[in-house]
Design a binder for this molecule. Structure first.
Ligand code: PGA
Length: 249
């Protein structure tokens, strides 16, 4: 269960939120892993407040380069200096607002792996793409670029997040059935890489809230969630993690 803070947070509020999450996460069972992907300026704060806890922290994007004249970018190795575990790559907001191509997203995922970080590769279709036909074609294009650029061993070390663009921040989640269909498709693509498809967690993201979490996570191929807005409220994030605890095996 990974929180994606996006561009939210201030140092004072973060302290309260991180401390609360660290406190309740230790009481979760059923092997529920909790992480938060914070804005880069708050990495040191996250490391300070979470390193004694079971909660892992991460970033929301990474450079496709290792170092050099790339003003404003953050290298995976730099994040690793702050004890980071997760790196979100290919979030639809990056694909849309920063024109990130599937190939660039694949590069970023590889950079994360090179730095021994876990990329959370986001894929998802827009409403227009869904209405034009099946979302699978779009998902396949996004996924193939990443999977083709990796060995089976590397594929076994990534996390995938299916996030339908029309469900992100809209309050309108995919139905459990719609999400399960795409997750099963993602799983079949993973199986074709030769990596053990069931070792790669496939998360769902897009308006997950306490009210719909249990139904989503009860689906066979949904292994967890990438939680935006609701991860900024400790109570909601906790309720979502508890829903996962109830249904995830
Ligand atoms: P949301 O965002 O939960 O606020 O819809 C999810 C995401 O963009 O990762």
């Amino acid at each position: 269960m990974v929180g994606n803070w996006k561009m939210h947070g201030r140092i004072k509020e973060n302290a309260a939120l991180l401390t609360e999450v660290a406190a309740w996460a230790s009481a979760l069972q059923n092997d529920v892993h909790v992480g938060v992907c914070v804005p880069c300026p708050y990495l040191a704060q996250s490391q300070a407040l979470l390193s004694e806890s079971v909660v892992r922290w991460g970033i929301q994007d990474v450079s496709a380069h290792t170092h050099g004249a790339y003003t404003g970018e953050v290298a995976a190795e730099m994040a690793a200096d702050f004890g980071v575990t997760y790196v979100i790559v290919g979030h639809s907001e990056r694909r849309a607002y920063h024109r990130e191509s599937p190939e660039l997203v694949a590069e970023k995922a590889r950079r994360a792996l090179d730095a021994r970080l876990t990329p959370i590769v986001c894929v998802g279709e827009t409403l227009e793409q869904r209405e034009l036909g099946s979302p699978e074609r779009v998902i396949a294009e996004q996924l193939d670029a990443v999977l083709d650029a990796m060995t089976a061993e590397q594929v076994a070390s990534i996390v995938i997040a299916y996030e339908p663009v029309w469900a992100i921040g809209t309050g309108k989640s995919a139905t459990a059935e719609q999400a399960q269909d795409v997750h099963a498709f993602v799983r079949s693509k993973l199986a074709k890489t030769g990596a053990a498809a069931d070792v790669v967690p496939v998360l769902y993201g897009g308006s997950v809230k306490p009210e719909n979490a249990q139904e989503l996570f009860a689906q066979q191929d949904i292994d967890g969630g990438l939680i935006g807005g609701a991860s900024l409220k400790s109570k909601d994030f906790l309720a979502i993690c508890q829903a996962a605890q109830t249904v995830l095996q």
